[in-house]
Design a protein around this ligand. Structure first.
Ligand code: SAM
Length: 242
């Protein structure tokens, strides 16, 4: 079972062909950036992340290609104005990050600032209610749940992007049932559970994941938000700030 978080990369990369510079919002340590470096062989990438360790690892992994990447340490809940120049990227791509953001309005304003006219936003992230079945199943004694992602709704993203001059071309929440055999599902659940069970012995983690797998009976659904938008020409200059 491919990890549903990483399958979007191919689509995002395909849509980026020939677009440069491409901004990667929440670039992490570079899984997506690595693919983009191949897709736009002479292009430049601006990687934004709030964690310096991620950016350091991104540079390390890029090796000889690192000079094509500009790493920007920034919190996407804070305006990018003053951090990145106006109209400095031809596309903004974000995978598995929107759900951590507290302020969609701020990101929408940053996109209006940073995108070139007709520049695109392509974003995918877990959506509201994602893996709800797992978290419900975890209501077992002894499992301390981690803080959850923020999950602004699709409607909030649509309104904020629209209000900031982006024409929303795609906005949907796709439901992807995670149907897999137990020997595939248990390691996947372990991956999800691991941060919550730091003190538990390995055997206990396996037996909890196995128990949870039986309880869930392949009812788990991954909910993925897909967003595609384009900055309209007429809104680039002089659009009133919201
Ligand atoms: C799950 S990772 C995804 C990394 C990469 N896009 C990928 O798909 O492999 C989410 C990334 O978003 C970053 N992130 C989360 N909240 C952020 C914020 N408010 N500002 C900037 N980066 C943020 C995290 O540091 C992390 O590197």
């Amino acid at each position: 079972m491919p990890h549903p978080r990483y399958t979007p990369h191919r689509q995002a990369v395909d849509q980026q062909k020939y677009r440069s510079p491409a901004g990667v919002l929440g670039c992490g340590h570079g899984r997506l950036v690595g693919r983009l470096l191949e897709a736009i062989p002479r292009g430049r990438i601006v990687g934004v992340d709030r964690m310096p360790a991620m950016l350091e690892e991104l540079r390390r992994r890029a090796g000889t290609q690192a000079d094509r990447i500009t790493c920007v340490e920034a919190d996407l809940d804070v305006p990018l104005e003053g951090i990145l120049p106006e109209g400095s990227v031809d596309a903004a791509i974000s995978v598995a990050t929107l759900h951590w953001l507290q302020k969609p309005r701020v990101l929408a304003a940053s996109l209006r600032h940073v995108l070139r006219p007709q520049g695109m936003l392509i974003a995918e992230s877990p959506a509201e209610g994602n893996l709800h079945e797992v978290w419900e199943g975890l209501r077992m004694p002894g499992v301390k749940q981690m803080p959850r992602a923020r999950y602004s709704s699709a409607a909030v993203w649509r309104d904020e992007l629209h209000n900031h001059g982006l024409v929303v071309e795609q906005l949907e929440v796709r439901r992807i049932p995670l149907v897999a055999s137990k020997d595939v599902m248990v390691p996947y659940l372990l991956l999800l559970l691991d941060p919550m069970l730091t003190a538990a012995a390995v055997e206990d983690k396996w037996s909890l994941a196995s128990e949870l797998c039986d309880l869930l009976e392949n009812r788990v659904v991954y909910r993925r938000l897909l967003v595609g938008a384009r900055l309209a020409f007429e809104h680039v200059r002089g659009w009133p700030a919201s």
